[in-house]
Design a protein around this ligand. Sequence first.
Ligand code: NAP
Length: 301
Amino acid sequence: MKILLLGKNGQVGWELQRSLAPLGEVLALDARSIDYSGDLTDLNGLVSTVQRYKPNVIVNAAAYTAVDKAESEPLLAMRVNAEAVAVLAKQACLLGSLLVHYSTDYVFPGTGEKPWTESDTTAPLNLYGLSKHQGETAIQESGCQHLIFRTSWVYSARGSNFARTMLRLAIERDSLKVIDDQFGAPTSAELLADVSAHAIWAFQRQPGLGGLYHLAAGGEASWNSYARFVLNQAEAKGMALKVSAKDIEAVPTSAYLTAAKRPANSRLNTEKLRMAFSLYLPDWQSGVTRMLTEVLENYKC
Ligand SMILES: NC(=O)c1ccc[n+]([C@@H]2O[C@H](COP(=O)([O-])OP(=O)(O)OC[C@H]3O[C@@H](n4cnc5c(N)ncnc54)[C@H](OP(=O)(O)O)[C@@H]3O)[C@@H](O)[C@H]2O)c1
């Protein structure tokens, strides 16, 4: 099997380089790749990449993910998250390849408290959500074979992430305020990549499994309870913090002005995915604990 991976150095892309490796030959690209174009703003380049490499599976982990910046760069966000995805879908259709793509709970309006199902009505609150929704729609309307995974609150040990930021702030500052009225499930890039590989493998044997799925770790958290969990673990490992977990102040979303509106309810119902692929999705705490073990071991104060 030949797999084309786009966005190889993002959180999910990096983990996919590992998880896809046992499935076949992987051509992993990013926007700077030279022999083949992996730049999602270069639509002709993408067509040429797919036509030359002829992958059986295209995995698109590249995306414009700067949620606030997207409000002032709508054309770029739309190009990467919608137009380029439409091009990939069309090429997948022509080749008969499977397109694997990632989307977000930001396609929903964030109302209520119930975890969103795949059939709930979408109504994005911000430009990023709108661009991701248009990408999903382009794939579905193209008629290509696809797996779309909507996820939420992605983190990885690599690069910057919420947990690292909380640790840094708890060391540097005398107080810490964290939003307590947005709810979701912190989901590791590792889990997304592992489930993706499993789903591709299953799809090869049962193509009827194609479709749209919600994929997130089990349980739920607010940003505030997530931050408390992180600081609790750090304190338990003997890290010296100026702000301890119990002193994190809970504030509403309205305490922070951001360019893009955020949904309060990012909960995703993952039953469809778990049933279709016979999967168990561990609670978010187990992935965060694992990531923290790595981060805390290497943490430089
Ligand atoms: N992060 C989250 O909390 C979250 C939540 C829900 C859904 N998702 C979705 O999950 C998927 C993976 O997200 P992630 O967390 O891995 O994001 P990420 O770490 O921001 O990775 C995205 C990758 O896309 C690359 N990229 C941006 N513009 C590009 C272009 N024009 N051409 C080629 N590559 C380009 C970025 O490269 P540069 O860094 O060089 O720009 C980056 O490596 C995305 O579809 C995202 O929308 C993410």
